[in-house]
Write a protein of this length. Structure first.
Length: 303
């Protein structure tokens, strides 16, 4: 959908804020695109930034609600607005910060769909069987699935890995996550075996002159696009009957939940997933409790 055209000075300020997000705050390209899209809609119709007040912000959110935007979308838009107006006030582009008084609906913490351990094992076994003949694409798919489930990394983090980020002796990966925060994650024997097979018989088939040092390469020899990795996961789920159609984030949820069910400390899982706040990781404890309730209701004589 085409974005509304902004007044020249307003568009210039938005460009300056986007540069601030990219260069000073290190926000991801995905976040930057989302903020630009949201703020473009918010600033449409203003001839000057001085016209931006609390009433404008409230009308903008109300219009989104009327158009059917969900709570999480409205919360994201409000966060973008507050970030923009705080920056604009701090840098002297507006006299007051109207976003400081903006209240938005809190997004519901919906429980994510999670594979159970047997389903995860079936998906990985199917991918391993498909890679048994050594076809390079199948080897790559098996590694993508193994590493996502073994480490709980985000798909963008996985595709951002270079070969030098792999420590095969310690079975560990150096991962750069949100906000350029670096962490170390470990992986087990199955993922290690998939990694060796990929490096020996898979990756060399994808290398082209000028290929980057990326661990995972695409068909043209460049770094694997996260969209392709998502397609890999969805195809793997579809290949195993009865498995919910989850993407890479579903494997991340599964990794966290299964570790907690296995007795892992919540702080350890927080560090592994790269969550800045423990409250984000605590969502997975609710998943575990819900599963225990289902088992209890099905099996306990006094349920």
């Amino acid at each position: 959908m085409a974005q509304p055209e902004l007044a020249p000075r307003v568009a210039e300020v938005l460009d300056e804020f986007v540069s601030h997000l990219e260069l000073e705050r290190g926000r991801s390209p995905h976040t930057v695109r989302a903020y630009r899209g949201d703020l473009n809609g918010m600033l449409a119709g203003l001839d000057d930034l001085a016209e931006l007040d609390l009433a404008v912000l409230r009308r903008w959110l109300a219009a989104g609600h009327t158009a059917g935007a969900g709570r999480s979308t409205l919360a994201r838009r409000a966060a973008a607005a507050r970030s923009f107006t705080a920056w604009a006030r701090r840098t002297g582009r507006i006299a007051t910060d109207p976003g400081a008084r903006l209240v938005s609906p809190r997004p519901r913490s919906a429980l994510p769909a999670v594979l159970d351990a047997d389903q995860a094992a079936a998906v990985l076994e199917a991918a391993g069987s498909g890679a048994a003949e050594g076809e390079p694409g199948a080897l790559r798919e098996a590694l993508v699935l193994e590493l996502l489930y073994a480490t709980g990394v985000r798909v963008s983090e996985l595709c951002g890995l270079d070969i030098d980020d792999v420590d095969p002796q310690r079975r560990a990966l150096r991962v750069v996550g949100k906000g350029d925060r670096e962490r170390t994650v470990v992986y087990g024997v199955p993922a290690a075996a998939a990694l060796v097979r990929w490096l020996e018989a898979g990756r060399p088939a994808f290398v082209r002159p000028g290929s980057p040092p990326a661990l995972l390469l695409g068909a043209k020899g460049g770094r694997l696009d996260p969209r392709i990795a998502r397609e890999v996961v969805h195809r793997a789920m579809a290949a195993v009957p009865g498995t919910p159609d989850v993407g890479p984030h579903g494997l991340r949820h599964a990794a966290a939940t299964h570790m907690l069910e296995g007795g892992a400390d919540l702080r350890y899982v927080q560090e592994l997933l790269g969550h800045a706040k423990l409250a984000t990781t605590q969502l997975y404890t609710h998943v575990t409790v819900e599963r225990l309730k289902v088992v209890h209701e099905q099996a306990h004589p006094r349920a």
